[in-house]
Design a protein around this ligand. Structure first.
Ligand code: NAD
Length: 471
C-alpha cells in the first residue's frame, strides 16, 4: 500500500475519488504537499447508503467475531505505524515520536475496547414474567473528528461503534485528512464492505452529515461552537449524539510540591502537542508561597525545549496545525501584550515559513482576561497566583467549560479533597492526560455530553431494547 500518494475515500469497501480535491498543508513550512478528495453531496449519499446496506448483516455478526475484526484493524494500524506516523507529522505537525505514540495509541485503544462486554440486565424474573434489557446497535454512526489527534480520536469512536454492531461514516478534519483516509484503505481488506466508510471534504461536509436522514447518531469531537451547530443540524432528524467539546482546564498547585520535580510535569501538562489538547492545562493556578520559584523553574525548563519541524530529530514541539489556529493564538498573545500583562517568556513569532509560535508564559494576568477565560489551544499559558483554596476552586469552576482539571500536592488526600470540588468530567491528581480505554471520559457543562471509553462509552452506541416475556 502506498501511504504518501493516492488519497482516496472509502465507500462500500472500495476506493472513491472525488470530482475535486482540496489542498493539505504541512504546517512546518506552510507548503501544500498533497490533495485530498472533496466529497460531493452525492458521494456522501452513496457512503451513507453503503453503511445502511451493510448494517443488518454487521449487526447480526456475533460479538466475538466483531471483536476479531476490530482487533484486526487495530493490528493493521499498528503494523503501519512507520508510514502513518510520518504522514501524520506532515499533515498535523506533531513530532515523529508523538505521531508514533498517537498511531500506536489508536491501535491499543481499539484493542482494549474489544475486552468490553455489552451487558444484558434482568430487571424482573417472577412467576408471571421476565423483563430483560438488551443493547442493540443504533444503525449508521457519523464520526466527526478534529485535527489535534486525528487517529486516536477516530479510534475512540470506531472501536466502540463497530463493536456494538453499528456501521460508520468517518470524517476527519480538512486539516488532517490523509492518515485517516489511509486507515479507511487499510480497513477495506479487514472489515466487510460498507462497515467503515471514510469521507473527506471541506466545511460543508460536516453539516451535510449532521442533517443527513440516513445517519442515526453523530459522535462529534471538536469545539463547543461547532458542537452547538452539530446539535442544531441534527435536531431535525433527532439523532443520538455524543459531543466531546472544548475545555479550559485549570491546574491547582499547592505549596507542598517539589518544585524541580513538578515543574517539567506541569510544563508538559500544558504544552504537549503544542498545547493543542482538549485536556491540556490551560490555566495554571499556583499558591502564592511558591509562585515565583515555580514560575521561574517552568520558564527555565521551557527554554530547554526544542520547537521545530516535527520531522526533524530532536524536535519536542512542532508548529501549530493550521493558519486559522495560528492566527487565533497570536491574537490572544497580542491581546495580552496590548493590555500590558507581564510575560515570563515572550511569545514573538519567528520570521520564516511554518505556523510556529514560541512557548509563551504570561505572568498572573487578570482573572477576567481573554487568555484566562478563553481556550487558547496553543503554546501560551497564563500562570495565576492564589492564596485561598475556596477562592481558587471558585475560579477554576468559573466559565462554561467542564472538561478536566488537576490538583498537585505532596498530600494526595488533600489534593483529592480539592479535586472533588472541581466541576469537570475528569480530575487528575499529580498526573494529567491519561485516558483509560476502560473509564468514561466526557465533559460537564458546555464541554459536552455523553461519554467515550469504558462500558458507558460503548453503551452510547446502542439503544436499550427491553423484552417482557410472559411465563
Ligand atoms: P472544530 O469544531 O472546528 O472541528 C471539528 C470537526 O468538525 C472537523 O472535522 C470539522 O470539519 C467539523 N465541522 C466543522 N463545522 C461543522 C459543522 N457545522 N457540522 C459538523 N461538523 C463540522 O474543532 P477543531 O478546531 O478541529 O478542534 C479543536 C477543538 O476540539 C478544541 O476546542 C478542543 O478542545 C476540542 N477537542 C475536544 C476533545 C474532547 O474529547 N473533548 C478532544 C480534542 C479536541
Amino acid at each position: 500500500m502506498e501511504f504518501f500518494a493516492d488519497y482516496t475515500m472509502t465507500t462500500g469497501g472500495a476506493a472513491v475519488s472525488a470530482p475535486s480535491t482540496f489542498d493539505v498543508v504541512n504546517p512546518a513550512n506552510a507548503q501544500v504537499f498533497a490533495a485530498a478528495p472533496d466529497c460531493s453531496p452525492e458521494q456522501l449519499d452513496l457512503a451513507v447508503q453503503a453503511a445502511r446496506d451493510a448494517f443488518p448483516a454487521w449487526a447480526a455478526v456475533p460479538l466475538d467475531e466483531r471483536r476479531d475484526r476490530v482487533r484486526g484493524l487495530a493490528r493493521a494500524i499498528m503494523e503501519a505505524a512507520e508510514p502513518l506516523k510520518r504522514l501524520l507529522t506532515m499533515e498535523q505537525g506533531k513530532p515523529h515520536a508523538d505521531a508514533e505514540g498517537e498511531v500506536m495509541g489508536a491501535g491499543l485503544m481499539m484493542q482494549a475496547y474489544t475486552g468490553l462486554d455489552l451487558p444484558t440486565a434482568v430487571a424482573e424474573d417472577t412467576a408471571e414474567h421476565r423483563v430483560e434489557t438488551h443493547r442493540v446497535p443504533l444503525g449508521v454512526v457519523a464520526a466527526i473528528v478534529p485535527w489535534n489527534y486525528p487517529l486516536i480520536l477516530a479510534a475512540f469512536k470506531l472501536g466502540p461503534a463497530l463493536l456494538a454492531g453499528n456501521t460508520v461514516v468517518l470524517k476527519p478534519s480538512p486539516y488532517t485528512p490523509l492518515s485517516t483516509l489511509k486507515i479507511g484503505e487499510l480497513a477495506r481488506s479487514i472489515l466487510p464492505p460498507g462497515v467503515l466508510n471514510v469521507v473527506s471534504g471541506g466545511d460543508a461536509l460536516g453539516p451535510w452529515m449532521t442533517a443527513h436522514p440516513g445517519i442515526d447518531k453523530v459522535s462529534f469531537t471538536g469545539s463547543a461552537a461547532t458542537g452547538k451547530r452539530v446539535m442544531a443540524g441534527a435536531a431535525g432528524t433527532l439523532k443520538r449524539m455524543t459531543l466531546e467539546l472544548g475545555g479550559n482546564d485549570a491546574a491547582i498547585v499547592l505549596p507542598d510540591i517539589d518544585i524541580e520535580t513538578v515543574a517539567p510535569q506541569l510544563f508538559w501538562s500544558a504544552f504537549a502537542n503544542n498545547g493543542q489538547i482538549c485536556i491540556a492545562t490551560k490555566r495554571l493556578y499556583v499558591h502564592e508561597d511558591i509562585y515565583e520559584p515555580l514560575a521561574a523553574a517552568i520558564a527555565r525548563y521551557a527554554r530547554t525545549v526544542k520547537v521545530g519541524d516535527g520531522a526533524l530529530q530532536g524536535t519536542q514541539i512542532g508548529p501549530i496545525n493550521n493558519r486559522a489556529q495560528f492566527d487565533r493564538v497570536r491574537d490572544l498573545i497580542a491581546d495580552a501584550r496590548d493590555n500590558g500583562f507581564k510575560f515570563l517568556l515572550d511569545g514573538r513569532s519567528p520570521d520564516g515559513p511554518g505556523y510556529f509560535v514560541p512557548i509563551t508564559l504570561i505572568d498572573d494576568p487578570p482573572e477576567d482576561s481573554r487568555i484566562v477565560q478563553e481556550e487558547q489551544f496553543g503554546p501560551v499559558l497564563p500562570l495565576l497566583r492564589f492564596r485561598d483554596v475556596d477562592d481558587v476552586v471558585a475560579r477554576a469552576n468559573r466559565g462554561e467549560n467542564g472538561l478536566a482539571g488537576s490538583v498537585w500536592s505532596a498530600d494526595t488526600e488533600k489534593a483529592t479533597a480539592i479535586a472533588r470540588r472541581l466541576a469537570t468530567g475528569t480530575v487528575f491528581i499529580n498526573k494529567v492526560q491519561y485516558l483509560s480505554p476502560l473509564a468514561p471520559f466526557g465533559g460537564h457543562k458546555q464541554s459536552g455530553f455523553g461519554v467515550e471509553n469504558g462500558v458507558e462509552g460503548l453503551l452510547g452506541y446502542t439503544n436499550a431494547q427491553t423484552f417482557v416475556t410472559a411465563k
